[in-house]
Design a protein around this ligand. Structure first.
Ligand SMILES: Nc1ncnc2c1ncn2[C@@H]1O[C@H](COP(=O)(O)OP(=O)(O)O)[C@@H](O)[C@H]1O
Ligand SMILES: [Mg+2]
Length: 309
C-alpha cells in the first residue's frame, strides 16, 4: 500500500507550491475516488497529475477531450481489416485508453472533459460508477484495482461546461486549481526561464497577472504567457542586438506572448493589442519601479494592485 504522506512529500518536491491541492488529490486517489481538477488553463493541472502518478507509482493513460473523442476512440475498436479476414474475435480488438486503463488498473486522465461529446461522456459516467465497460462483441471489461479517472476542465470554457454538471460532478471529488500565487508563478518562470534576468521574470509574471483583472478582459493569460514573454524577449534581443529588457523588445515580446491569450470583453472599445500595450506601460515602463523596490510598480498600477488585495 502506498504511503500517502510520502507521496505528498514527493509531489510537493516535484511541483512548485500546491501543497494543499497535492494533499487533496493524493487523499482522494488513495481513497480510490475519481477526481475532477477544475481550473483555468495553465494552472498546473497536468503538471500536478503527472507528479501524482509518479509519486503514487502508477501508470496513467492520457486522453485529450475533444469533439472527435468518439466512444470507439476512447474504448477501443476491432481492426476493420482483420474483422473481414477473421471475423470478430477478442484478439483483434485494439484497446483504447479506457480499456487499457481498466485492464492495467491505472489512472485515466481526461483533459478538457467538458469538450467530450455526449455519447463518450455517458460511457465515462457509466464506467465511473460501474467500474466496467461493456463492449459489443467483446464483452465486459472489468476494472482492475487501481483504476481511477482523473478529469480536468476549465470552468470558463464556453464549450459544454454546463452540460457535464450533474452526472459527472456526482461521481467525482472536485479539486479547484485557481491561478498560482505570484510567488509560485515567479518560481515556475524561474525554473523554466533561468536564462532571463530576475527583473524580467518578475515583470513578466506581473503583466500576466495584470491581464486577469483588467476590466476590459474577460480572460487573462496564465503563467504560460509569462514564460513565453521571457523566452521571446531573450531571442528577440539577440536578433536585434539589444538587451532582452530593452523597451522595444519587451513590448513586442509582450504583444506576441499575451495578445492571443487574453479574451477581450464583448463591447470593449479596445483591442487586445492596445490593452496589452497599456499593461506593458504600467508594468515595464515605470521609472525605478522594478530596480529599487519590486513592490513599487504595484502601487501605481491599478490592475496589479486590485489583484494583489
Ligand atoms: N505548480 C507548478 N509547478 C511547476 N510548473 C508548473 C506549475 N504550474 C504550472 N506549471 C508550468 O506552467 C505550464 C502550464 O502548466 P500545466 O500543468 O500544463 O497547466 P494546465 O494543465 O492546467 O493547463 C507548464 O509549463 C508547467 O510546467
Ligand atoms: Mg493541461
Amino acid at each position: 500500500m502506498v504511503n500517502s504522506r510520502l507521496a505528498v512529500d514527493q509531489l510537493v518536491a516535484a511541483v512548485v507550491g500546491r501543497r494543499r491541492e497535492s494533499e487533496l488529490v493524493v487523499a482522494a486517489l488513495v481513497a480510490d475516488r475519481h477526481v475532477l481538477l477544475e481550473g483555468p488553463p495553465g494552472t498546473g493541472k497536468s503538471t500536478l497529475l503527472r507528479g501524482v502518478a509518479s509519486a503514487l507509482g502508477v501508470e496513467f493513460e492520457f486522453v485529450e477531450g475533444t469533439a472527435e473523442l468518439t466512444p470507439s476512440r476512447l474504448i477501443g475498436h476491432f481492426d476493420p481489416a482483420l474483422v473481414l479476414a477473421e471475423g470478430y474475435s477478442s484478439d483483434i480488438f485494439v484497446d483504447g485508453p479506457l480499456v487499457r486503463a481498466l485492464r492495467q488498473g491505472s489512472l485515466l486522465y481526461v483533459e478538457e472533459i467538458n469538450r467530450v461529446p455526449e455519447e463518450t461522456l455517458n460511457a465515462l459516467v457509466t464506467v465511473m460508477s460501474e467500474r466496467e465497460v461493456h463492449v459489443p462483441r467483446l464483452g465486459r471489461v472489468v476494472a482492475e484495482n487501481g483504476f481511477r479517472l482523473v478529469a480536468a476542465m476549465n470552468p470558463f470554457d464556453a464549450v459544454g461546461t454546463a452540460r457535464i454538471a450533474g452526472a459527472v460532478y456526482d461521481r467525482v471529488c472536485r479539486v479547484v486549481m485557481d491561478y498560482q500565487s505570484e510567488e509560485d508563478e515567479r518560481a515556475i518562470v524561474a525554473v523554466q526561464q533561468s536564462g532571463a534576468s530576475v527583473k524580467l521574470q518578475s515583470a513578466a509574471v506581473e503583466i500576466a497577472r495584470a491581464t486577469r483583472s483588467h476590466p476590459d478582459l474577460r480572460a487573462g493569460s496564465s503563467v504560460r504567457g509569462a514564460i513565453d514573454l521571457c523566452m521571446v524577449s531573450q531571442e528577440l534581443g539577440e536578433i536585434r542586438s539589444l538587451a532582452s529588457d530593452d523597451d522595444g523588445v519587451t513590448l513586442d515580446a509582450a504583444l506576441v506572448a499575451l495578445s492571443g491569450r487574453v479574451r477581450v470583453r464583448e463591447g470593449a472599445s479596445r483591442s487586445a493589442e492596445e490593452i496589452v500595450e497599456e499593461l506593458w506601460q504600467s508594468v515595464f515602463h515605470q521609472p525605478d519601479s522594478h530596480e529599487a523596490d519590486p513592490s513599487a510598480g504595484k502601487a501605481t498600477s491599478p490592475t496589479a494592485a486590485s489583484r494583489a488585495t
